[in-house]
Write a protein that binds this ligand. Sequence first.
Ligand code: PMP
Length: 750
Amino acid sequence: MKIILLKQYGINAQEIRKLAGYENVNYLVKTSEARYIFKTYKFDEQLFDLVIAESEVLVHLSQANSNIYPRPIKTHDGVYVEVANIDGEKTIIRLLTFIDGGFLAESTHTPELFISFGEFLANMDLKLLNHKNYAIQSREFEWDLQNVHLNKPFVKDIAEPENQKIVAYYLLQFEEIVRPKLPNLRKSVIHNDANDWNVLVAEGKVTGIIDFGDIVYTSLINELAVGITYAIMGKKDPVFWATYILKAYHKLLPLTSEELDLLYYLIAAQLCISVCNSAHNKKLNPENEYISISEKPAWALLDKWLEINPIKASNEFRTACRLPEHVVENVDTKINKRQQYIDPIVSLSYKNPINMYRAAFQYMYDGYGNTFLDAYNNIPHVGHSHPRVVEAGQRQMAILNTNTRYVYDVLNKYAERILSKFPSNLNKVYFVNSGSAASDLAIRLARHHTQCQNIMVMEHGYHGHTITAIDISDYKFNNKRGPGQKPYILKTPIPDMYWGKYTNENAGANYARDAADQMAEFGEQIAAFISEPVVGCGGQVPLAPNYLKILYPAIRAQGGVCISDEVQTGFGRLGTHFWGYEVQDVVPDIVILGKPMGNGHPIGAVVTTQAIADSFGQGVEFFSSFGGNPVSCAIGLAVLNVLEDEGLQQNALDVGYHYKNLMHELSKDFSCIGDIRGSGLFLGFEIIDEEGKQNTALASLIKNELRNRHILMSTDGPYDNVLKSKPPLCFTKKNAETVVENIQEILKDK
Ligand code: PMP
């Protein structure tokens, strides 16, 4: 190497030190007068053209300012880039001047420094705006944000599925939100790697930049997206810090609202490229530490980014550039419009209803820039907008969606998968589109099989909104505006160990015996007994232990079947078990599924035995236009895959345990927190008054105050005094802490 340096550049190197690098090998060369960077690359024809192009850019940039950008040095042959033989390898070589300065990564971050960074990037980009180079323009590079999709194959190299999903989410958002806008954005040659180890600082200001190896021709705004991404890592308020850079850049090189609106997603995409490449390179070179230098802070920023409403970010970016914020119609105007078409009987949550606009996993974003922590919604079971579920639906929708009268593999596949979650005697499934339709069908099956109409239901039970579902839902028929109890319905008390008649360890057995006595008194055969394993509308009341174990045989003995409504409790939500009935160590004859099954896509199902299916098969055919359509099946399969891959049942158990413990701690200071019950992430917190009675007003106050603090929860129970929490199963311990801390503050202030 010494000889090459002398022969080609006339440089007498006194010291040659290898530097840590990403893809090529760089050396710091010292002579008695100066320092240089000697860059070597394994020969590749395309790379050769690119390195020449990069040198041309550097010559163009450094004409006037020789100490801001590295200056290429010509060889004795009069070229900036040469091919040499190093250790028997054909190698591309070039020499650059050394630029002095500390790194942005190691400097104290101040507003002044960030402002100077913005100015620096703008000045550089102004010089590059009209630079044309075909080698750069034809570059297809995974670090170019417009080619972020090239990183997709690396997602699987990310070790943790819960991290993979964040990257997949932002990659998908990029395709949906950014990609369609790319043709409108102005393009330029940009440095594309203003990361904090490439940006040089002296006396609190950015003074130089090195490493033009990632140079591309792409959307101009990407320059800022990259620079900002690394600069704001580790910041408590990253969006705020970003605005210093933006504001300064905008003054010299004005940005458009469209560019600023995409910045949130571009920064997310840059983080994705970074973590994908770290994961991929870690797999290829486990020993190279340089590769993953920004990995941890990048993940931390991605986590934080999810908590930021994209509208909030874009409004702050716009304000920094003195551009008008997004104009969003007032929520009351929207409600008025809604009520022109939708009767208020279709109710809205909260005193101040929320105008939702997007959601990601356990976060929901309103139209005004607020982020809500979702501690309530169980339908987005594996998380709002989970990319694997969304993609499964999109893909299948583009391939085939049809009614169930044709043969298609995804139905067989899903039916097999869903039935594999049940004991072998539950071996037939009927697909429908909602929990209500499933309840309705379950009752039809039971009546066909038993040739009897009577149904025993549970106090406070809820099974849906069809006529039959209302008939069997005490919560509906017994409502003061409800239709009342039908003569063929027998209602049995909820086996509640907190408010109920029996509270000791024999409660379940006593309640079950009472129910059996009630049946005997009724005097007619019961076709079916239907209940939820934890009665949601009853106020998240788990059935007293052994209740079903004793009652089910009594139902069967008189010729009836047992139905478990798993719409709320199924799919691992309870943590300890996949299905709620398993908690009671029983196997029902019919199981009703819904809500979480499609993560928000409307799919429900009834699972039953061969014998019941045979009876039903004697009747009129069963047909549902949409039940079990290919898209629903593909989505249902994706939900099961995510549940398994992300270990969400276990997460529900761990987080639920932590959540309950935190509430128990809180209840020591606040006697208004009565019973804390439920399991996994299906919890109820009983709010009581000083006399130990249901405190509806306080529960409502907590719920609405939480809403004002951007936390979603609900109330339920016959007195509407039970705080109900049943979040997406990706809810974290930290999320639970946030909820409990806020309840504590609300109770302190009340
Ligand atoms: N069963 C239970 C236990 C439910 O909670 C619900 C919905 N809240 C239903 C059935 C009805 O489901 P859907 O709203 O999908 O018709």
